[in-house]
Design a protein around this ligand. Structure first.
Ligand code: CU1
Length: 528
């Protein structure tokens, strides 16, 4: 084929001498390539963080120490949290943004393609530092992903390395966010007004603002830790007149908006998938946009709900409690809008839709347990118990992760040019959806019964529910191999995707003008 006749994608590197192989991936500025890199990076980190979770569940399978000693156990829980948040969920959503945002708004690429490349390639460096700290003398950070002083003021070189890794990941996130926001605000096709954008684009625009607002706050907090540890400052050191609780205030001023960074793009994906398979436009589009913005604004005034037990005045407890409960209103608007979209629609249940419906049901469980924890008197009882662990795993696994699965099954045909294997996909869905509840639901009971989190061993009374949770965990972990199989199979071949992959569907996303609907990154255009 003549390279100049390859008009399928005017931006693909089809000219002579274009980098191939590793050089192509290292130097690429193509938003689709970079989206693919982000997604594979998330997949690799998911394997690492997931294997850590499996080890944790093996250790907790029965009382009495078995496979890991307490020190290593605490390192594993810390690393599992940091890896899943900064290495899996955030990069996966950024991968979706890279692939879909330019296509959805009719832009030729991201606004800053070279910065896009740099944003991605910082991540493997940070990931290597983070995982590498496990192998340093003294092991990795064991104080939990929240890095509270005074514990964090002690510890070896791995603590400094983790701070450095967080700085790098923060820089990557800020650059990614600036890129996405600039692309959305400046590069929309004529006629693509803000209120016509697909909701996924809206949720990412708002997420980008959250990232730009709070990642520097996290960077400031860990920099103060770094100077406390190495340069004689006493920001958080009570012995020098500092205040350890101040760290918690700064950390959670970042940390609570961060949880919406981890869930708003999920709302966007679900708002793309459900209308397609209900064959109706999204119900209440404008209210979805305003609800997303309201959640983002409220997220800045609720951080104190993570700190009800530090001894804050009752008036402050009440403020943070009511502000937190208020978030249920826009979140409820969203859930009702998804249900109303499905209401009397011509629904079919392809794997993408199954994960989306499961998201609506199971994320809502996480939302409700969040309301329980928002109530200060209840939270004081449940602080640092497995109820908290149950809550945020419903939000992050059956919420954020399931939305990523829904997005993968939904957009793989667009990304690869091939339909997914629906039979395998349904096995993956049902095994995951059942086992994930066996894994996390009993943790509510453990928490209510008083089992503390972040411990390698426990009292005999907690044995039964822990064994059930571990069994669920092993099945859930093993089931994810099916997903890898589906993805590899889809990249390598399969039934060709039609111009409209999902039959009879009128999802907005598929009608947005895109010069190359099925850019097959697995088979780049031939060059003579
Ligand atoms: Cu929070």
């Amino acid at each position: 084929m003549d390279a100049h006749a390859t008009t399928a994608d005017p931006l693909a590197s089809t000219h002579h001498g274009a980098p191939r192989g590793l050089a192509r991936w290292l130097t690429t500025t193509n938003h689709k390539d970079i989206g693919t890199l982000y997604l594979w990076f998330a997949a690799v980190m998911f394997l690492v963080g997931g294997l850590m979770a499996m080890l944790i569940r093996v250790e907790l399978f029965e009382p009495g120490l078995q496979v890991v000693q307490p020190g290593l156990f605490n390192q594993l829980t810390t690393m599992h949290g940091l890896i899943m948040i900064f290495g899996v969920i955030m990069p996966a959503f950024t991968g979706f943004a890279n692939w879909q945002v330019p296509l959805m708004i009719g832009a030729p690429d991201m606004a800053f393609p070279r910065m896009n490349n740099w944003s991605f390639w910082l991540l493997p460096v940070a990931g290597a530092l983070l995982i590498g700290s496990l192998f340093l003398p003294g092991g990795a950070v064991a104080g939990g992903w929240t890095m509270y002083p005074p514990l964090y003021l002690q510890g070896g070189i791995s603590y400094d390395l983790t701070i450095f890794a967080i700085h790098i990941m923060g820089a990557s996130s800020i650059m990614g966010a600036i890129n996405i926001a600039t692309t959305i605000l400046n590069m929309r096709a004529p006629g693509m007004t803000l209120m016509k954008m697909p909701l996924f684009v809206w949720t990412w625009l708002i997420t980008a603002y959250l990232l730009i607002a709070v990642m520097p706050v996290l960077a400031g907090a860990v920099t103060m830790l770094l100077t406390d540890r190495n340069f004689g400052t006493h920001f958080f050191d009570a012995a020098g007149g500092g205040d350890p609780v101040m760290f918690q205030h700064i950390f959670w001023f970042f940390g609570h908006p961060e949880v919406y960074i981890l869930i708003l793009p999920a709302f966007g994906i679900i708002s793309s998938v459900i209308p397609t398979f209900a064959r109706k436009p999204l119900f209440g589009y404008a209210s979805m946009v305003y609800a997303t913005a309201s959640i983002a604004i409220l997220s800045f005034i609720v951080w104190g709900h993570h700190m009800f037990t530090v001894g804050m005045p009752a008036a402050a407890q009440l403020f943070f409690m009511y502000a937190t409960l208020l978030i249920a209103v826009p979140t409820g608007v969203k859930v009702f809008n998804w249900v109303a979209t499905m209401w009397r629609g011509s629904m079919t249940f392809e794997t993408a839709m199954l994960f989306a419906v499961a998201f609506v049901c199971l994320f809502t469980i996480g939302g409700f347990s969040g309301l329980v924890l928002a109530m200060a008197p209840v939270d004081i009882q449940l602080q640092d118990t497995y109820y908290v662990v149950a809550h945020f795993h419903y939000v992050l696994v059956t919420g954020a992760l399931f939305s990523i699965y829904a997005g993968i099954y939904y957009w793989l045909p667009k990304w690869t040019g091939h339909m997914v294997d629906e039979t395998l996909g349904r096995w993956h869905f049902w095994l995951s959806a059942i086992s994930v509840n066996v894994l996390f639901f009993p943790m509510h009971f453990l928490g209510l019964a008083g089992m503390p989190r972040r411990i390698p061993d426990y009292a005999l009374q907690f044995a039964d529910f822990n064994r059930i949770a571990s069994l669920g965990g092993f099945v859930f972990g093993a089931s994810q191999i099916l997903l890898l199989w589906v993805i590899l199979k889809c990249i390598r071949g399969g039934r060709r995707a039609e111009a409209k992959a999902w039959e009879g569907a009128e999802g907005l996303e598929w009608t947005v003008p895109s010069p190359a609907p099925y850019h097959t990154f697995a088979q780049p255009p031939e060059v003579k």
